[in-house]
Design a protein around this ligand. Structure first.
Ligand code: SAM
Length: 266
């Protein structure tokens, strides 16, 4: 799959592609990423990409024309016609990162991570945002990182690319790693359990802290049962909405329900 990132700050995206475990996905081409410097598609000596908002108000708005030119260049590079006929099926989707978008979730990431996916053109906004006419003409989907405002869409683009890359086969050291993470259907959409490593007893700031003894028992079934209970506990405490969803979807076993009733009175 291929992602094209349209940005005023390519230098924010590029180091990320060369760092950490997800680099395997980018180096191997499993997730191909091309970064497009928007300023190169702007006019004049100043290569202006923004202007004051009509109607007044603070800040600047990204001009539609440089965005449109860059978007067309991306499409041409992908062997697609420079524009889509009105009403035509989406060939490669264009995503704009925006607070108004649907909040990114595991389900959305998993959809983008499918090998059959063509990827997307990712547009990173800056300033007060993007001229709405570009959005209306070229954008298929808005994605948000959450209910807060970033200075630009680059961090959101990197978040999406990272999450998609780590779901690609062979990217994480252990093949099962991703399926053992929070939100994954393999864990019934629950949150992850706590993790411990050496030493068995850590001196700690307020006295010795031991690893839960079950984890040292070598008893695989007991360890798995403890982890399941810890996932239920973490989810009940931090995200009761996810627990309710798992319950509604019939993903909790009788053992889960008994444990929840006995331990948490749920
Ligand atoms: N005026 C906009 C508003 O209030 O919704 C905020 C603009 S923000 C300063 C500049 C750019 O950052 C946006 O165009 C968008 O691309 C990106 N951005 C800001 N917050 C975001 C979020 N929560 N999720 C995704 N992108 C975000």
């Amino acid at each position: 799959m291929r992602f094209d990132v349209i940005t005023l700050f390519p230098e924010l995206i590029e180091p990320f592609l060369r760092t950490g475990v997800t680099r395997r996905a980018f180096d191997s081409g499993a997730v191909e990423v091309r970064v497009w410097p928007l300023r190169a598609y702007a006019d004049g000596n100043y290569r202006r990409v923004d202007d004051r908002p009509f109607g007044g108000g603070p800040g600047m708005v990204m001009l539609p024309e440089p965005l449109y030119r860059c978007w067309q260049a991306v499409r041409a590079d992908r062997g697609l016609p420079p524009r889509r006929a009105p009403g035509a099926a989406v060939d490669v989707p264009t995503v704009l990162f925006a607070p108004a978008g649907a909040v990114l979730s595991h389900a959305t990431v998993a959809r983008w991570a499918r090998p059959s996916q063509p990827g997307a053109i990712l547009v990173c906004g800056r300033y007060e945002g993007v001229d709405q006419r570009f959005v209306d003409a070229c954008v298929d989907e808005l994605i948000s990182l959450g209910d807060f405002v970033l200075s630009g869409g680059e961090i959101a683009a990197v978040a999406l690319l990272d999450a998609v890359a780590r779901l690609q086969p062979g990217v994480l050291g252990d093949a099962d790693s991703a399926s053992q993470d929070s939100f994954h259907p393999a864990l019934d959409g629950l949150l992850d359990c706590p993790h411990y490593t050496r030493p068995e007893v850590w001196p700690g700031p307020a006295g010795p802290m031991a690893v839960p003894s079950v984890l040292l028992s070598g008893h695989h079934a007991h360890i798995e049962a403890w982890r399941r209970q810890q996932r239920l506990l973490a989810t009940a405490r931090a995200r009761p909405d996810l627990l309710a969803q798992a319950r509604q979807a019939g993903r909790l076993s009788e053992t889960d329900e008994r444990w929840l009733a006995q331990t948490l009175g749920l």
